[in-house]
Design a protein around this ligand. Structure first.
Ligand code: AMP
Ligand code: MG
Length: 395
């Protein structure tokens, strides 16, 4: 599935103010040195360490340099310059003595002499040109998700826009004759469609753009019309209709539209009927209709696929060690994704417990979850204290 998702995708340039959360299509390479010049990291006096043979020195203050200024003169033997944080280091100086090492109030001593009570070592309190970024250095790799520090670094480097991956277009189609809109009052036997809106939100949070969400009836012609249009997307998410019921016609209809199914059914709970296929470069996910199954399958399969499509370096969420706080019912031979609440215990370990009954129709079990507890296929009768792996769900 991930191999199918590793495609070369188009890139676009966006200004820094619009780059948050996007995925870098190209590395950010520093053209300049950062900082661009040697400068002081403290408020104090730019000095020559050779003047401190006795451990202290009394020096003549010949001028000052503030942030944004340039030194008017060099530091000579027996002299120093007042210097402020961020100001360029004057010629001749090889260190800065902080103002705290003098008896002066601030950097303005009485008269034009200052007694410095300690000896700076060469380079002390000096920020060297290029120590943060060297010219030509790759600062951020392609495939990185742009966070605030990437934006800050790009600005510092004079890179006003970033090349980012064009988000994959993800079509969402919820199937089911029972479904009505969130704003409607369901008639007898009907329910409101929750998977459409929830999947659309998951797609957005994963960096995709949403087409739809649309709905299709459990009827071949209607389903074919809706799915044919949706197949023009980069990714198609179909909810419902992939199980073994008489009206589960999604696999057949999509097969007729040229989708080659790669797998159907996974030894997992929830989400066993999951189907995955492709038509050309379009990835197709048949997600089980039960709301928890749909949400969990998105997190486990679709989110990593979208990350791979975006060219992200990290596509899988990290799993963390934890310990079960209570016994959990478990079917043998199935990998369980238990919706859990996580809490650090006094022992420093992460203690996790189910959010309550775990039926795949109980959306509240997802709503209240901090994350997913993995109970692998081979695990039987997990008791309180059993070590497990967990992953946090995004907010
Ligand atoms: P299905 O996978 O189509 O057999 O549906 C399984 C269960 O999920 C049934 O109880 C459906 O009513 C329910 N379901 C299917 N699609 C949705 C949806 N979009 N929103 C809420 N519940 C759904
Ligand atoms: Mg259905």
């Amino acid at each position: 599935m991930l191999a199918a998702a590793r495609q070369t995708r188009p890139a676009e340039r966006v200004p820094l103010a619009e780059a948050l959360g996007r995925t870098l299509a190209e590395a950010v390479v520093s053209r300049d040195a950062l900082p661009p010049f040697d400068n002081s990291s403290v408020d104090g006096f730019a000095v020559r360490t050779a003047d401190f043979a006795g451990g202290t020195a009394t020096l003549e203050v010949t001028g000052e340099v503030a942030a944004g200024g340039v030194p008017a003169e060099a530091v000579r033997p027996g002299t120093c310059l007042r210097i402020m944080t961020g100001a360029p280091l004057p010629d001749g100086a090889d260190a800065v003595a902080p103002v705290e090492w003098t008896e002066a109030e601030g950097t303005r001593p009485e008269g034009n002499r200052v007694r410095i009570g300690g000896a700076p070592t060469p380079g002390q309190h000096v920020r060297r040109a290029g120590e943060d970024a060297r010219p030509g250095e790759e600062m951020v790799a392609a495939g990185t998700v742009v966070g605030p520090p990437v934006i800050g670094m790009a600005a510092a480097l004079g890179v006003p826009s970033l090349a980012v991956c064009v988000p994959p277009r993800v079509a969402v189609v919820a199937t089911g004759d029972e479904l009505v809109d969130a704003g409607a009052t369901p008639g007898p036997g009907r329910i409101r469609d929750s998977n459409g809106p929830a999947l659309a939100a998951q797609v957005l949070s994963a960096g995709g753009t949403v087409l739809g969400p649309w709905r299709a009836r459990d009827e071949e012609r209607d389903a074919r019309a809706a799915l044919e249009k949706a197949l023009e997307a980069d990714v198609l998410l179909v909810s419902g209709g992939v199980s073994v019921g008489d009206y589960d016609l999604v696999k057949g209809v999509l097969g007729g539209l040229g989708v080659a199914w790669q797998f159907w059914k996974v030894r997992q709970r929830p989400g066993k009927p999951l189907a995955f296929g492709r038509r050309g470069n379009t990835l197709v996910f048949g997600l089980p209709g039960n709301p928890v199954s749909s949400a969990v399958c998105f997190e486990q399969y679709v989110r990593p696929a979208l990350a791979a499509l975006l060219g992200r370096r990290a596509v899988l969420r990290p799993r963390r060690p934890a310990v079960l706080a209570e016994a959990v019912p478990k079917a043998a031979g199935l990998h369980h994704f238990v919706r859990g609440r996580f809490e650090y215990g006094g022992d420093g370990r992460l203690h996790v417990r189910p959010t309550g009954p775990q039926g795949s129709g109980l959306y509240s079990s997802m709503l209240r979850a901090d994350g997913l507890i993995h109970l692998p296929e081979g695990m039987e009768h997990p008791e309180a204290g059993t070590p497990v792996e967990v992953e946090w769900l995004p907010a």
